[in-house]
Design a protein around this ligand. Structure first.
Ligand SMILES: [Zn+2]
Ligand SMILES: [Zn+2]
Length: 274
């Protein structure tokens, strides 16, 4: 059994394209998880464009996307995702209902409408299936081969965290989320308990965090505590701040590894085998 996770976009908020971001990468949130050849994609940030090219080369035209929330940095890659322009492709999009009950399909219709984009969603040639769910609902993919749990995250306008389980292996995707230093949050500890890999929003350093409380993102210090309490095996720092150049990311990675050697900073175009 093989489970692999590939990072196509690791940045938060907005893409960063200059030379200072070449090592860790500048594309926004997009992660591919493969469970024995079955592909699931977390979020549709700008990294989704290059993943789309990769899937087309592999002739993979049945695609499943799990969206955490619909802030721009998590959906901006969707209109540039090559499989949606293939007539024989089928793209399934799972996303939580908005806090007001609005289904995500309506947000994607807005994203792909004038004056934001020239082609409306209903002109897309591939088959698109939208599945809305209430956060905390559970569901299955691939006839039950992958079971999915969801949890409400602490983020403006809400966001869904995911846990995917397959044949005794589990991957958690927790972005975007503010883990408060005082928050014992047993619910989240139980949710990620014993995960083989946890991908977690660690946008801020411990020094930066007090300046941005309430913005809906965590510092790595808070996540180290959570990962230890939950017995998580490996944790990927994720949703790197646009101000964190490669030099700063190196420094952050060294600091966090002194606290917990199971931590690493997610880098674009790298694959982790679980
Ligand atoms: Zn974000
Ligand atoms: Zn967000």
């Amino acid at each position: 059994m093989t489970v692999s996770v590939t990072f196509w976009g690791v940045r938060g908020s907005i893409s960063c394209c200059s030379a200072e971001y070449t090592e860790y990468g500048g594309n926004t949130s997009c992660v591919q998880a493969d469970f024995d050849g079955k592909t699931v994609i977390f979020d549709a940030g700008s990294g989704l464009r290059t993943l789309g090219e990769h899937l087309i080369k592999q002739n993979k035209k049945d695609v499943t996307l799990l969206i955490s929330h619909t802030h721009w940095d998590h959906i901006c890659g969707f209109p540039f995702f090559s499989p949606i322009f293939e007539k024989d492709a089928c793209v399934r999009i799972y996303a939580p209902l908005q806090p007001n009950g609005q289904p995500a399909k309506e947000i994607f219709e807005l994203l792909m409408s004038t004056p934001f984009f020239p082609l409306p969603l209903n002109a897309i040639p591939s088959v698109l299936h939208f599945h809305s769910f209430r956060i905390s609902e559970k569901f299955n993919l691939f006839d039950g081969e992958i079971s999915i749990q969801t949890i409400a995250l602490n983020h403006p306008n809400g966001a869904a965290g995911y846990r995917l389980n397959h044949n005794g292996k589990s991957v958690c995707y927790i972005s975007d989320h503010e883990q408060k230093p005082t928050d014992a949050s047993d619910e989240l500890i139980n949710f990620v308990k014993g995960a083989d890999l946890m991908i977690f929003d660690t946008m801020y350093t411990p020094q930066e965090y007090p300046l941005f409380t309430g913005w809906g993102h965590s510092s790595w210090e808070q996540v180290v505590r959570l990962a230890k309490a939950a017995g998580v095996k490996r944790t990927a720092l994720f949703h790197h701040a646009p101000t964190h150049t490669d030099a700063i990311m190196h420094d952050i990675e060294q600091q966090v590894q002194k606290e917990d050697s199971g931590f690493f900073a997610a880098k674009e175009n790298t694959t982790i085998i679980l």
